[in-house]
Design a protein around this ligand. Sequence first.
Ligand code: D5M
Ligand code: FE
Ligand code: ZN
Length: 392
Amino acid sequence: MTGRSTGTGEYGDFVQTFRDRYERLSKVLRGRVNHRPAEAIAEMPGGSDAAMIGLVNDVRSTKSGHWLVELEDTTGTFPALIMKDKGLADLVDEILMDECLAVEGTLADDSGILFADSLHFPDVPRTHRTGAADRHVQAALISDVHVGSDEFMADAWSSFTDWLHTPEAEPVEYLLLAGDMVEGVGVYPDQDEELEIVDIYEQYEAFAEHLKEVPADTEIVMIPGNHDAVRLAEPQPGFNDEIRSIMDVHDAQIVSNPATVTVEGVDVLMYHGVSLDEVIAELPEEKASYDEPHKAMYQLLKKRHVAPQFGGHTRVAPEERDYLVIEDVPDVFHTGHVHKLGWGKYHNVLAVNSGCWQAQTDFQKSVNIDPDAGYAPILDLDTLEMTVRKFA
Ligand code: D5M
Ligand code: FE
Ligand code: ZN
C-alpha cells in the first residue's frame, strides 16, 4: 500500500475500513452458510433455521457457562448463544474481537437470539495448492536485526553474511527481511539507555553497511516493523524517500507491512507481527505462545486477517481498504517481532517466525522473554522445506 495511503483518521475512514473487512471476509464465508442480514434475521419466525456472518462485537460467558457472541454486519447486530454442550468450546476459545465469523443455528421462539449449532472461521482451505520454484533455489527469512541497539549481535550477523558467500549458500538467492531493521529511538521508555547509536539516520546508515555484507546479487525484500521510522499504525507504508535512499543497497525492494511478494512462483505474505503479542495474550497457551509463535500465526491464517482485534495493543490506521485482510491464501507466511523462532504448516501454508539478531535486552530479561537470536531459517523455494542455521 506504499504511496496509496488515503486515510485521514476520521471516523468515516474507520467505518470504510471495517466495511471493506466485512465485505471481503464475508465473501470467503458465504459459500458455507446460507446467511441473512441481522435486520432480516430479527424478522424471521421463531424456530427458523438461520445463519449470520458478522464481525465480533462482543463475546462473553454467561453465568450458566454458555457463551454469548454478538455479531455485527452492515444492517445491525444480532446475538448468538453458544451452549456449552454443543462441543464448540474449543472454537469459542479462539474468538477475537472484530474478527469475521459465521454462526448457524435455530432462532428462539421470540426470534430474539440464535441458538448456535456451528461456528465458522473464514480459514484456509485444506486443499490449498502451493506454488513452487522449478529449480533448486532458496530464500533466507529473517527479521528483527535491531542495528543501533547495544544488543545487536554484529558478530553473528557477520557469520551469517560470511556464510552467504560460501558455495553451500549459493542457492540462497533471496533475503526476506520482516521488519525491525534498526532499534529506532523512543520506542519504549528508557530505550535510550540501551542504544549504541542514538541517531535514527545513523542507525539506518549502519544497517545499510551491514546489509552490504550480503552478496551483491542477492535479491532483498524488506518491510518495516514497529522499531522502524514509519508510522506505527498498520498497514505501515514502506518508508519515506530519505530512509529508502539510505537503505538502497543491492537494489533492495522495500514494500509495506504487510505485503505479499512472489518469489520464484511462491507467494510469501510478509508481516512484521505486532498482533502476535495480542493473539498470544488472548488465546490459551496451547493455541498460541511465545514458545510456539507459528501456532499464533495459524490463528491469523484461520481468521484470514493479520491483526483482527482493534483498539488494543495493535494500532490500525484507517484506509479505504482493509490492507490487513488475507484475501489470497499465501504459500508462505513470514513474520518476526516476538524474537522467537518457530515454524510449521497450517493447511499446507508454511508459517515461519524468524527469531532475531538482538541478544536479550534488559526489558526482555525483566519480563522473561528469552529471544532466539542469531538464527537464519532457510527456505527451499522448490519444496517449501525449511532448515535453520545458527550463527551465534
Ligand atoms: O519486540 C520484541 C518482543 O518483546 C515482542 O514480543 C514485544 C516485546 N517487548 C519488548 N519490549 C517491550 C516493552 N517495553 N513493552 C512491551 N513489550 C515489549 P520488539 O518490537 O522488537 O521490541
Ligand atoms: Fe523486534
Ligand atoms: Zn517488533
